[in-house]
Design a protein around this ligand. Structure first.
Ligand code: PMV
Length: 325
């Protein structure tokens, strides 16, 4: 049976940086995110009697490591459903992949939903989150919609490390402006960057120790829709994550000059009276959050900014799901 699924990317407000188990993608600490309406992966998949799996992403057939990673993910489904059929998948992102924006979160979330359904497995949202997590940690957070908490969990098998929604998309009218600063720049992949930070940064343990309190703070800010409180904790979490990476040996620096300029720009717009904050992942792009009433003003400001090549606008999005099930 051919099935179609869709999933959206997400941006962390309290970051995930470091694994307590690299094979199961179990995080050293929890994290908090918002699922994004504007950045969607659509995946079509079926199990067929063929010699190999075939994965086509944005029109290109994956080879080598990329294909092997997806086959290893599908092996989990094959094991759980007792099949040895192969997969034929096509997947499209509606956002520019060449911009270097992470698509693994929406990609693995869509793949988890489609492959489980095509194999006839009936998984709960929690089980789908655990499954997606094993493809890419942050993909666990793209299974639920709206505002999301990914639990660190305690168990060695990872069954208690899943993400769940703490508030639906319509809870809070936030806008996220994704400011693309450069095209096609090769970053240090997040897994490499976090493993290297963990192995060599004297700030790593301090980072891990700081996360639980930031999660409590972010969840309280989301619940009470306290924008200034969320701004404080989100910027702090982002800067602390990058500080731990910067202190690794050698240091991992994800920012370019435009990234730094935009950090100052966001802070000066805020000082001038437009409530907004930034966050940055394992790359040079800057994501700016605001309450939606301020989005047009910020959009106009960043359209004029020479540091910004493109702006992608997103708001709180729905969780991953089958399309026309
Ligand atoms: O899930 P991964 O392996 O792509 O790691 C994501 C890491 C960050 O984007 C930097 C932080 C986060 O919490 O999303």
């Amino acid at each position: 049976m051919k099935v179609k699924s869709e999933a959206r990317s997400n941006i962390a407000l309290v970051k995930y940086w470091g694994k307590r188990d690299p094979h199961l993608n179990l995080p050293a600490a929890g994290s908090v995110s918002m699922t994004l309406s504007g950045l969607t992966t659509l995946t079509e998949l079926e199990f067929v009697d063929a010699a190999t799996d075939v994965f086509v992403l944005n029109g290109t057939t994956l080879q080598g490591k990329g294909a092997a990673k997806l086959s290893a993910f599908i092996d989990r489904i094959r094991k759980a459903s007792g099949t040895d059929l192969k997969v034929q998948m096509t997947s499209e992102n509606n956002f520019p992949t060449a911009a270097g924006l992470a698509s693994s979160a929406s990609g693995f979330a869509a793949l988890a939903v489609a492959s489980a359904a095509a194999a006839g497995l009936e998984l709960s949202e929690q089980q789908l989150s655990v499954l997606a997590r094993q493809g890419s940690g942050s993909a666990s957070r793209s299974i639920p919609g709206g505002f999301v908490h990914w639990h660190r969990g305690q168990l060695a098998d990872g069954t208690d490390s899943f993400a769940e929604s703490v508030a639906p998309p319509n809870h809070w009218n936030l806008t996220c402006l994704v400011l693309v600063t450069v095209r096609g720049e090769k970053d240090v992949p997040s897994t490499l960057g976090m493993n290297h930070t963990m192995a060599s940064s004297p700030f790593y343990q301090a980072w891990v120790d700081s996360v639980a309190a930031d999660i409590d703070e972010a969840l309280a800010a989301i619940e009470s829709k306290d924008f200034d409180r969320l701004a404080d904790v989100a910027e702090r979490s982002c800067l602390a994550m990058h500080a731990s990476a910067l202190a690794a040996k050698p240091g991992v620096l994800y920012w370019n000059a435009k990234t730094v300029d935009l950090i100052h720009r966001v802070r000066s717009l805020r000082a001038q009276g437009t409530p907004c904050f930034f966050t940055i992942d394992a790359g040079p792009h800057v994501k700016v959050f605001c309450e939606s009433e301020h989005a047009p003003r910020l959009q106009a400001a960043f359209q004029e900014d020479p540091n910004v090549l493109e702006i992608i606008m997103a708001s709180p999005g729905e969780g991953a799901r089958l399309v026309n099930p």
